[in-house]
Design a binder for this molecule. Structure first.
Ligand SMILES: NC(=O)c1ccc[n+]([C@@H]2O[C@H](COP(=O)([O-])OP(=O)(O)OC[C@H]3O[C@@H](n4cnc5c(N)ncnc54)[C@H](O)[C@@H]3O)[C@@H](O)[C@H]2O)c1
Length: 400
């Protein structure tokens, strides 16, 4: 039944994403289920090689999960033909050099986002991978959130009529690290280490908007650092040089307006850590990580503004919950299975380095918009050439 296992170099496996989502929830879960099923009914099993900088951490993870292979020598791993896929979960600032090596070694490559710190670098590795003819893929996990999958189903049903606008709220309070430990790594708050909420979240918003509503044509954003000083993992105070909140407006192809607030300095008064409200001529929806509620025009209340009268209408109760109607597996695992099928049997996989680079370009345009205080227009980002032109040419946008 099983063919020979597919060897996967997992670089940065001791990190938050590398360990929990990619190793435990994806690759180990795939091993446990007996591999990935292919179109012809056969299965391909996976074999991870844990890579990192700390021997003791790698040895400990390998022992905990009964894994055989680990190394701190990335070059040797890349030179070894037993390993066909290179997977990257490093801090963003370490990604491009490692991926460039993996391209030279002609491995198939799967990576966390953002693919690079600059759009120029992101398009460069996309072009290098294309020229080398290697398979490549980038994480696009938010599309697999049950709430967004239900929203996609609602969109595809034609429920909304003409979609007018999207309002997203993402965020929660990330502790400063002094009297309570921060729940995110400190590099996230240092621009010089690749941190910042724009760099982190705009790549996600790009593929969410592009796949659900339409390509992003322009962005106006304000990136701010609300908390100027934080305390790191060792208890030392450091200046937070990266943005911890971003207020963005995105114009989408087809005329849809999207507004997304992203913040690590906001307290949650929502049902979920991310929520998108979509308003259309025929109906509206509010989708989060898990849930999705809809209100059709036939069930829409008709409020009138009267500040003299207390309004007791139960607005939140006037929505219907979209049923699950499906089994939603961990999104990281589903993406891994798709990428493995892409590598092994050439199954389609549209989320490649160019898609990743469009996300980085949106982040770059968002930061530039914030710096320059104006809207930045993105050209058609089908290829890197066009994107770089759009980002480098001077007057690319007009004020709203
Ligand atoms: N898809 C998502 O939803 C999502 C969520 C969080 C983070 N991420 C991305 O995943 C990546 C990892 O983030 P994380 O939160 O797991 O970070 P982390 O700090 O927990 O892990 C980073 C890993 O990189 C390694 N590392 C750090 N500096 C390095 C260097 N100079 N050279 C080589 N290795 C180095 C660390 O040892 C660790 O294994 C980032 O690119 C981040 O943007 C994605």
């Amino acid at each position: 039944m099983a063919t020979s296992p597919l060897g996967i170099i997992m670089n940065g496996v001791s990190g938050r994403m590398g360990y929990r989502q990619h190793l435990v929830r994806s690759i180990l879960a795939i091993r446990e289920q007996g591999g990935v099923e292919l179109a012809d009914g056969s299965r391909v099993q996976v074999e991870p090689l844990l890579v990192g900088r700390s021997e003791s951490k790698l040895a400990e993870i390998a022992a905990r999960h009964g894994l055989e292979h680990w190394t701190t020598d990335l070059d040797a791993a890349l030179a070894d033909p037993r390993w066909s896929i290179y997977a990257d979960f490093l801090v963003t600032s370490a990604r491009v050099p490692a991926i460039t090596k993996a391209i030279a070694a002609r491995k198939a490559i799967y990576t966390e986002k953002p693919t690079a710190e600059t759009a120029a670098d992101a398009f460069e590795i996309a072009r290098l991978a294309q020229a080398a003819g290697i398979k490549n893929g980038v994480v696009h996990d938010k599309l697999y959130l049950p709430g967004l999958r239900k929203l996609k189903r609602v969109i595809d049903s034609g429920f909304f009529g003409r979609i007018l606008s999207v309002r997203g709220e993402f965020g929660y309070w990330v502790f400063e690290g002094d009297w309570q430990e921060a729940q995110r790594p400190s590099w996230n708050y240092r621009a010089e280490d690749g941190g910042g909420i724009v760099v982190d979240m705009f790549p996600h918003w790009n593929y969410v908007l592009e796949n659900l509503f339409g390509r992003v044509e322009s962005v106006y954003a304000e990136a701010v650092t609300h908390i100027p000083e934080r305390v790191d993992e060792r208890g030392a105070a450091y200046p937070a040089t990266a943005d911890d909140a971003a207020y963005g407006i995105f114009d989408l192809a087809g005329g849809i307006r999207a507004q997304i607030n992203s913040s690590w300095a906001v307290r949650v008064h929502r049902d979920e850590l991310v929520e998108f409200q979509v308003d259309g001529t025929e109906g509206s929806a509010v989708a989060g990580l898990f849930g999705c509620r809809v209100q059709h025009r036939t069930g829409t209340p008709k409020p009138t503004w009267n500040p003299d009268l207390r309004d007791d209408r139960p607005y939140r109760d006037q929505w219907f919950e979209v049923p699950d109607n499906d089994v939603y597996e961990n999104g990281f695992k589903v993406q891994w299975e798709q990428f493995i099928r892409h590598v092994v049997e050439d199954a389609p996989h549209p989320y490649d380095f160019f898609a990743g680079a469009r996300g980085v370009a949106l982040a770059e345009a968002g930061l530039r918009s914030s710096r320059e205080g104006r809207r930045i227009t993105l050209a058609d980002l089908a290829s890197g050439e066009q994107a770089e032109t759009s980002l480098q040419s001077a007057p690319v946008g007009v004020s709203a």
